[in-house]
Design a protein around this ligand. Structure first.
Ligand code: SF4
Ligand code: SF4
Length: 382
């Protein structure tokens, strides 16, 4: 069993407290929208006066429960999300008034059909690419439809003014999260990647958003000061790793923590557990629906075809975070990321001249030893 840093206990604590807070909020009449994916337009949910909450989908116990209905050979994130829903082990799902899904990958969209039998589910249909004019128009219609669904469900009007306000709020939150993640650009890094990742994930279980983001800003400031005071000018010989691929919330211990225990620093996350969606802000000067459409269409997920901007992001991050090696984490049976990995591997090795390691894994503990051996060998060559 790996040792957990104190901050991880805080994360678990925040998550547990979040369960109680969501119950209290419901008792006071608050509206909750459960979300799964980075394509979820938080701004519309904020503007409807509701709380978006990221639903549980990172544990292996719920994967077993899901397999009563879903095939074994399916992404663990999908199975865990569904398993938590049917076994009522995710209080956030239980208290959600509406679940928002997107037709990102085939597994998810078919899973939402089953979820729809037990909860009110709205699925936004995502365009397949980013560059055609009708990609934009189609996704814009989906934004408008989701706006109407929220208005009807919660009996509210989402005015332009409320939406503009929500855009400003979410942009501010994004900037604070990116500032925190950019601590990874410092060398030596003043915080572990594991801690960065758990801190950001814990924020989604806080409903007092103002307070939560103020605390995160303060933590960034503290760590920058620590760097200036104690670390600046010193040199770490630990290799610097960039994580890319699928979201890593469910494999945080066996991948992120293991890499750091083996003597490397995880300094950057290009995936949805990191800066992927947060770097691009919503244009505050445009028509708000156009601006939201534009922003969310430009999430560089492998479900998009082509997805060339992801390579550009990876390349920039390798340079900006002074990365020595790239570890791509693909969840079992995720076709889009596993196929795109070939392009990413070639780009990282040939264009950026950096070592690359591909890992395909799930939420079980079965491959922990094998991963340890492969990660160790990779870190040794860096
Ligand atoms: S990897 Fe793609 S499908 Fe998965 S959460 Fe991110 S944007 Fe959504
Ligand atoms: S990791 Fe891949 S298979 Fe799993 S939900 Fe995301 S896109 Fe779908």
């Amino acid at each position: 069993m790996l040792d957990l840093p104190e901050r991880f206990d805080e994360y678990e604590e925040t998550r547990r407290e979040g369960f109680l807070r969501v119950k209290e909020l419901k008792e006071k009449g608050a509206n909750i929208v459960g979300v799964f994916c980075t394509y979820s337009p938080y701004e519309l949910i904020y503007a409807a006066g509701a709380y978006p909450i990221s639903l549980c989908g990172t544990d292996n116990v719920s994967v077993q429960a899901a397999q009563a209905h879903l095939p074994e050979n399916l992404c663990p994130l999908i199975k865990s999300s569904y398993g938590n829903a049917i076994s009522e082990t995710c209080p956030y799902f239980y208290f959600s008034d509406l679940i928002l899904g997107e037709t990102t990958c085939d597994g998810k969209k078919k899973m939402y059909e089953l979820l729809g039998k037990i909860k009110d589910v709205h699925v936004m249909h995502l365009s397949q690419g980013q560059s055609k004019k009708h990609d934009f128009l189609y996704w814009r219609e989906e934004m408008l439809e989701f706006k109407r669904v929220l208005e009807k469900k919660f009996n509210v009007e989402i005015t332009e003014e409320k939406l503009r306000e929500a855009i400003k709020t979410r942009n501010r939150e994004r900037k604070i999260m990116v500032d925190f993640y950019e601590l990874g650009k410092l060398n030596p890094i003043p915080i572990s990647g594991f801690e960065m990742n758990t801190t950001i994930e814990a924020i989604q279980y806080r409903f007092d958003r103002e307070e939560a983001y103020a605390e995160l800003e303060e933590r960034t400031k503290e760590l920058r000061e620590k760097y200036e005071r104690e670390l600046k000018g010193t040199k770490s010989n630990r290799p610097r790793i960039l994580i890319t691929g699928c979201p890593t919330g469910g494999v945080r211990h066996k991948v992120i923590k293991q890499i750091e225990d083996l003597g490397a620093d995880v300094v950057a996350f290009e995936n949805c557990s990191g800066v992927k969606e947060k770097k691009m802000l919503v244009d505050e000067n445009k028509d708000p629906i156009d601006a939201l459409t534009d922003k969310y269409l430009n999430v560089n997920c492998s479900v998009m075809t082509p997805n060339t901007n992801r390579l550009k992001d990876i390349g920039e991050m390798i340079d900006e975070y002074q990365v020595d090696g790239v570890v791509e984490v693909v969840l079992q049976a995720c076709h889009t990321y596993s196929i795109e990995a070939y392009t990413v591997k070639n780009y990282v090795r040939k264009e950026k001249n950096k070592p690359y390691l591909y890992i395909e894994t799930d939420y079980s503990e079965f491959d922990t030893g094998q991963l340890n051996t492969r990660l160790n060998a990779f870190i040794e060559i860096l």
